[in-house]
Design a protein around this ligand. Structure first.
Ligand code: VGL
Ligand code: ZN
Length: 212
């Protein structure tokens, strides 16, 4: 993709999970989780359409290691819908950890998609839960609103951003991941794997400075 020029009608910025628990000091802290906030704010000021996602789990959520006997964070367990990584308790509904980072500009956001709110299933992607078929409703919203090109920023590059960008691309949206506006967990070289996958599927990975 040549350097994209923001289209005020058909482009949307989707800011993924910029929440306290994914920032330094949080329950599932990601390096530089807070450092990307100014980059995202600069970017979002230039888009006419800004959407947010919010990881939003009940306390008894199946992705929490604490809800599995002998389970430890980063273990993998088999769920009815497939393999599931276990995480520390994070983004519990209504807690400070689930709030958006205090410096994130949320005022202009036109939609907040909450995900992972059902105890029995996780949801990394903004489009589908982890069974890969239960929709969140985001596709319908975007199509009805005529939004056809999606720029992704946020946390974590190798988990929720990657799953969202891959689903976006697969559903026919032109898809850009803004690399310096994302922060990664990068467990066992998961960032490399995710970047390679996105690249292979036609997702454009671009620096924020290339977006005009
Ligand atoms: C995420 C792990 C668990 C993310 C959410 O936002 O990338 N990662 N829940
Ligand atoms: Zn989560």
């Amino acid at each position: 993709m040549s350097d994209p020029v923001i289209d005020r009608h058909s482009d949307a910025l989707i800011v993924v999970d910029v929440q306290n628990d994914f920032c330094p000091g949080g329950a599932l802290a990601v390096d530089r989780g807070d450092a990307i906030v100014p980059v995202i704010n600069d970017l979002s000021a230039r888009f006419a359409h800004v959407l947010l996602t919010q990881d939003w789990h009940p306390r008894n959520h199946t992705s929490f290691a604490s809800n599995h006997r002998g389970g430890a964070p980063f273990d993998t367990v088999e769920m009815p819908y497939g393999a599931q990584t276990l995480w520390p308790d994070h983004c519990v509904q209504g807690t400070r950890g689930a709030d958006f980072h205090g410096h994130l500009n949320v005022e202009r956001a036109e939609l907040v998609i909450r995900k992972g709110f059902r105890s029995e299933i996780d949801s990394y992607s903004a489009f589908f839960e982890n069974d890969r078929k239960t929709p969140t409703g985001l596709t319908g919203y975007l199509r009805e609103r005529g939004l056809t090109r999606l720029f992704f920023a946020g946390i974590a590059t190798d988990v929720c951003v990657a799953y969202s960008a891959l689903d976006s691309q697969a559903q026919g949206f032109e898809t850009v991941v803004v690399e310096d506006a994302c922060a990664a967990i990068d467990h066992d070289s998961s960032l490399d794997t995710a970047v390679r996958q996105m690249d292979m599927q036609g997702v454009a990975l671009l620096p924020s400075t290339s977006i005009r």
